[in-house]
Design a protein around this ligand. Sequence first.
Ligand code: FAD
Length: 449
Amino acid sequence: MSGSVVWLRDDLRIADNPALRSAVDRGGPVTVVYVLDEQSEGIRPHGAAARWWLHQSLAALDTDLRAHGTALVLRRGAAADVIADLVAESGADAVFWNRRYGRVEREIDAGIKAGLVAGGVEAHSSAGTLLWEPWTILTGKGEPFKVFTPFWRAAQAMPEPRHPWPEPETIAPPADVASDTLEDWALLPTAPDWAGGMRDAWTPGEHGAWDRMERFIDEALADYDQRDEPAQAATSSLSPHLRWGEISPYQVWHRLHETLEPDQRRAAPAFLRQLAWREFNWNEYFHCDDIARTNVRREFDAFPWREASDAELDRWRHGTTGFDLVDAGMRELWHTGAMHNRVRLATASFLVKNMLVDWRIGEQWFWDTLVDADAANNAANWQWVAGSGFDAAPYFRVFNPDRQLERFDPHREYVRRWVPADEDRPEPMLDLKTSRQRALDAYAEMRRA
Ligand code: FAD
């Protein structure tokens, strides 16, 4: 017997999926598997909001695969064991996947590839998740770019990203390969079920991603210059769909180069530049080990962070700091699994600078609560705010949440959505001026060290 296994990871889609398409083109039955790997050493478990998304996205993918003639196989365990078992069970003689870029994941994949090849099974990996493989855009010295603008310039000088791969029409199913059920995995919150706000806000899956894409182009792209105003629906909200690979950056890139109205065409470069931040952060993640735990600028290892009490941290986490913009943002996050970028910056700066709390504590909270939480973009953005990452905001730039509110939500439209006008508000938990000075003093102390 022969056939292929397609191992999906951060690419939960059928269209523009090089691994899937290559396996189908090869002929023979194709076993399409998602592995819930919480066993392999070093793998960071998904946060709670991500688990909710994953459940919905896999359910949607299974429905779509059935319309193409096959069903999604779900397996749980260390990926190396699961893939070896599946190859044996299905009699496949080739395995296909799209690449992952974290160190741990790369090592796992390299080990699996070596094992397969040693056993006479072909192993093929493709580029499906990033527009530019992280080893392709380098400075003249062959090093990764540490500043975004020259990175983006170099990226634009590269050949245009490839066109999306066509979707396979039919996928021949394997004979009799057992699958877990999604219910077995218990990814959804039950007691209590806190996912109502996320259900209202999102439609995970490939169709949901394309609805977002087209709605963004029709209704918002032309106003993308208002993207810093959280009250406006001026951004795409594509980040979780990109995170889970329900839409690929190649599809987004080329859609933005297809037919557009003149106003939309004018706005497209600014949008693609944001998309390139995603690439830049993945480059940082690829080239610097473990950015969710380690300061990219090692001088920050000497930073005198404060030990905040649980009560203080809870005020930040649950949006009762007494600062309207911060509280609105943290409530939006808790309720919907997302937060506007401008407000992410303000809430993160408040934690790291005004509260003087180690950025890793904030990164972990976002990791648990964001539906778009991804290993590169979450950590890199936290390090950007903290001043410890590539191309970071200088530490001494401390956002004032009240001024940010005046500037970006002057009519309090956004804030009022999450902090009702008639709410009995808590006293501000800190003084902005003295806490700012304390942050600057701490930074000076680190510099002396
Ligand atoms: P749009 O403005 O429509 O941008 C289009 C796409 O470009 C986004 O979907 C996203 O993929 C990418 N993008 C935009 N801005 C950024 C950015 N600053 N960094 C990286 N990619 C960007 N983004 C994540 O995808 N996952 C995270 O875990 C994450 N954590 C963050 C944590 C902090 C502290 C901060 C300040 C930002 C974080 N971001 C993260 C970046 C950014 O806030 C979101 O990508 C953005 O809010 C998504 O909204 P959108 O899809 O409407 O963006």
